[in-house]
Ligand binder design. Structure first.
Ligand SMILES: [Zn+2]
Length: 303
């Protein structure tokens, strides 16, 4: 590689990271809050707003909601719940993990609904939290917005004729991740263990790990079948084949970063070198390839 092309690639890298940060900021400041609602089965629907994907189980006994988006999406979420009987029917909220794009709705909906999450979600929300990569600080949540029902390994809720299995898979995206499996409907909400179609954020600073995320996804793949409908934390509704491709991307990119490290390359050199063309389809979303390399590298350093 010539010196000139090396410089231009490095400059491009800088611009790419800058653009990605701007894009994230814009996404978080969108001014037209609304949800797109899609029926997955008779009883389970997916609501896509601004933050993490929301799932609802509906029926005679009320509404169970998985994740509840940012605080400024609450009015839109109230509207989106109207066809299912409205927020007064909301009985349970499950938080798949503590990040604000999945839990800030607790601040409103927690006044009436019971919030369920892994023990570590409550622990984290009790105190100030930070995600340095996005310069994001979360203040402690008030009592009513905290999970009041917490669990360690697995919890089952029975509602509307459905068996809702809430399972903790440790140390993947954060240290308090749950997946929510609607057994009869054969629908699973993955939380942020799955970003469909683009490189994911892994909160290495707060207990996440790329290799554990890959292992946890593999564990889920062993629980589901080809008919299972898979709701990712971010991105469009999905299935087992696409989730398998995501797991393979986690493994493959991890191996490539490990190999570059084994050659003695530092982070900057790895980011200039880049990943193989196999993963080009994953670069078009949330995080640039260079940011993803940085996340994988920091995860390897912690493992
Ligand atoms: Zn998250």
């Amino acid at each position: 590689m010539t010196v000139l092309s090396r410089i231009s690639k490095a400059t491009l890298l800088f611009v790419t990271i800058g653009l990605t940060t701007t894009a994230i900021a814009e996404k978080h400041n969108a001014t037209t809050p609304s949800f797109r609602s899609a029926a997955i089965t008779d009883q389970v629907s997916m609501l896509r707003g601004k933050g993490g994907n929301v799932a609802v189980l509906t029926g005679e006994q009320g509404i169970l909601m998985v994740d509840d988006d940012y605080q400024d999406m609450t009015p839109a979420l109230k509207t989106a719940l109207q066809p299912f009987g409205g927020e007064n029917k909301l009985t349970y909220i499950i938080n798949t993990h503590w990040h604000g794009d999945h839990t800030q709705g607790n601040l409103h909906f927690g006044h009436s609904a019971k919030i369920v999450a892994h023990d570590n979600v409550r622990e984290r929300l009790l105190t100030s939290q930070e995600v340095k990569l996005f310069k994001m600080v979360t203040e402690p949540y008030p009592e009513h917005a905290l999970p009041s029902i917490t669990y360690q390994k697995e919890l089952t809720l029975h509602m509307n004729g459905e068996e809702v299995s809430v399972m903790h898979l440790p140390g993947g995206h954060t240290d308090g991740d749950s997946v929510v499996f609607f057994k009869k409907a054969n629908v699973i909400h993955m939380g942020d263990l799955y970003f469909n179609g683009f490189f994911p954020f892994v909160d290495v600073q707060n207990g996440g790990s790329v290799i554990k995320m890959s292992k946890n996804v593999t564990e889920v793949l062993g629980m589901i079948d080809d008919n299972t409908i898979v709701i990712p934390g971010h991105g469009p509704v999905s299935n087992k084949a696409e989730l398998t491709a995501f797991r393979d991307m986690l493994r493959g990119t991890y191996t490539e970063v490990q190999e570059m490290r084994d050659k003695g390359m530092n982070l900057g050199q790895m980011q200039v070198e880049g990943l193989s063309a196999d993963w080009i389809d994953w670069t078009g979303g949330f995080l640039s390839e260079q940011v993803w390399i940085g996340i994988v590298n920091s995860s390897i350093e912690k493992d």
